[in-house]
Design a protein around this ligand. Structure first.
Ligand code: THU
Length: 130
């Protein structure tokens, strides 16, 4: 299944009664496995989670460690980029050159990279003192 098909399908399961903005995400790992996630909102609004975070959590739960590619889809006028927190979450598991594809349900597609979305990313290396 393509990342587009996977993200489109999981988006239907999004729990978004507050924003009414359903998002689907799919990651492909370096081993070829595909993991999906959707946004899950909460009556206590800050407790909601993004589709990207769900897909990453599913990957980690399945034993995946490296993202090769990620795709996000929403029903928006323009392809919606990941929020700041999700950019950092993606960068934890993806190399800077990894492809990020942003899609609309109407068929628009923008291709970018992890590095373009989060220049100057903070990484574990920044905690090295030597
Ligand atoms: N959302 C995502 O799941 N991913 C994005 O890339 C942008 C925003 C969700 C969070 C919230 O449930 C809703 O979209 C509106 O912000």
């Amino acid at each position: 299944m393509s990342l587009l098909e996977a993200a489109t399908a999981v988006r239907e399961n999004a729990y978004a009664p507050y924003s009414r903005f359903k998002v689907g995400a799919a990651v492909r790992t370096v081993t070829g496995a595909v993991h999906v996630g959707c946004n899950v909102e909460n009556a206590a609004y800050p407790e909601g989670t993004c589709a990207e975070a769900g897909a990453i959590a599913a990957m980690v739960a399945a034993g995946g460690t490296r993202i090769a590619e990620i795709l996000v889809i929403a029903d928006s006028a323009e392809p919606v980029p990941p929020c700041g927190g999700c950019r950092q979450k993606i960068a934890e598991f993806a190399p800077p050159e990894a492809a990020v594809t942003l899609c609309t349900t109407a068929g628009q597609e923008v291709r970018t990279t992890v590095a373009a979305l989060l220049p100057g990313v903070f990484t574990a290396a920044h905690m090295d003192r030597a």
